[in-house]
Write a protein that binds this ligand. Structure first.
Ligand SMILES: O=CC(=O)O
Length: 331
């Protein structure tokens, strides 16, 4: 029998993708991740795994699960998975690109606007019964988004979707990425390539859209914040550890930069207590990037199709390690 384990609650109708496949699916109806040793012990009996970002799939896990042939992450990022170890072990790894691009770009822009215009502070002010007069004090004001300079750190699918949105706000869009776009694509998208230091120095808003890698980990540290404008705001909808959270909290507290809109954190779901205490021009969200009904459903369906296809001898539509030589099925 071919068996798939779903490590945490997902959109359940995604499991319809397995109908008629002969594959048995066990869904764990819990939204909390299993401790590592329990996940290892449970997944050991399965041929396929559907997991979330909060599940760590490392060499130790893979060694404990000799039947496993595919790990499908319900996320576009896969920094929770040791892909090299999976490839060595003959385990296919898949992710969920494209289906979440626009929802995540919308959320990045939402955070940018909410931070710039201090939306949560206004909401809290009104609910506290303090809305008695028109606000004019400069220290209570937000900043303009239209016409401002936006610096994109990372110009993959999501970064590009954010650049397209920025056009509607007449923004100047700079980007820095390890890959530079062909000049024609840059022109079409209306973006200008700059070195990292220039991105920091010129941007009114810096928005992070890079994956988490050894190179991007803590790329935004105390020195990076010191190189930004004191009026600048940092938006992060990518991965928490790209930003040194303690250094960011200090930079915000000391006025080194003016604000931050964060959807991701270094140790999710934990959030740095110092950040939580900062309320002015700091907006914190619980990783909502892809959290629309349609997008989450599509991500779960894609993960289910990826597993079904991998276990049926077909190439999954979003295989992260195409070089993998698949394990023989035991099911
Ligand atoms: O963070 C969410 C994802 O990578 O899809």
């Amino acid at each position: 029998m071919t068996r798939v384990f779903v490590s945490q609650e997902i959109v359940e109708d995604a499991l319809e993708e397995f109908e008629g496949s002969g594959i048995t699916v066990d869904l764990r109806r819990d939204h909390r991740p299993l401790p590592a040793e329990e996940l290892r012990a449970t997944a050991a009996d399965y041929d396929g795994l559907i997991c979330l970002l909060t599940d760590r799939i490392d060499a130790e896990f893979l060694a404990a699960c000799p039947r496993l042939r595919v790990v499908a992450n319900v996320a576009v990022g896969f920094d929770n998975i040791d892909v090299a170890a999976a490839t060595r072990a003959g385990v296919a790894v898949t992710n969920t690109p494209r289906v979440l691009t626009d929802a995540t770009a919308d959320l990045a822009f939402t955070l940018l606007l909410a931070t710039a215009r201090r939306v949560p502070e206004g909401d809290a002010f009104l609910r506290a019964g303090k809305y008695t007069h028109w606000r004019v004090k400069q220290e209570q004001m937000g900043v303009d988004v239209f016409g401002a300079t936006l610096g994109l750190f990372g110009l993959g699918q999501i970064g590009r979707a954010v650049a397209r949105r920025a056009r509607g706000f007449d923004m100047t869009v700079l980007y820095h990425d390890v890959h530079r776009l062909p000049a024609e694509d840059e022109r079409e998208l209306g973006v200008t390539y700059v070195e990292f230091e220039e991105l920091l120095a010129r941007s009114d808003f810096v928005s992070v859209h890079s994956p988490l890698t050894d190179t991007t980990r803590h790329r935004f540290d105390a020195a990076a914040f010191a190189a930004m404008k004191p009026t600048a705001m940092l938006i992060n909808t990518a991965r928490g550890p790209v930003v040194d959270e303690a250094a960011l909290a200090a930079a915000l507290r000391d006025g080194v930069i003016a604000g931050a809109g964060l959807d991701v954190f270094e140790r999710e779901p934990e959030v740095d207590a110092q950040l939580v205490q900062l309320r002015e021009r700091v907006v914190l969200l619980p990783h909502l990037g892809s959290a629309t009904g349609t997008t989450r459903r599509e991500m779960c369906r894609m993960a289910a199709r990826n597993v079904r296809d991998a276990l049926s001898g077909k190439r999954p539509e979003s295989l992260v390690n195409p070089e993998v030589a698949p394990r023989e099925g035991t099911g």
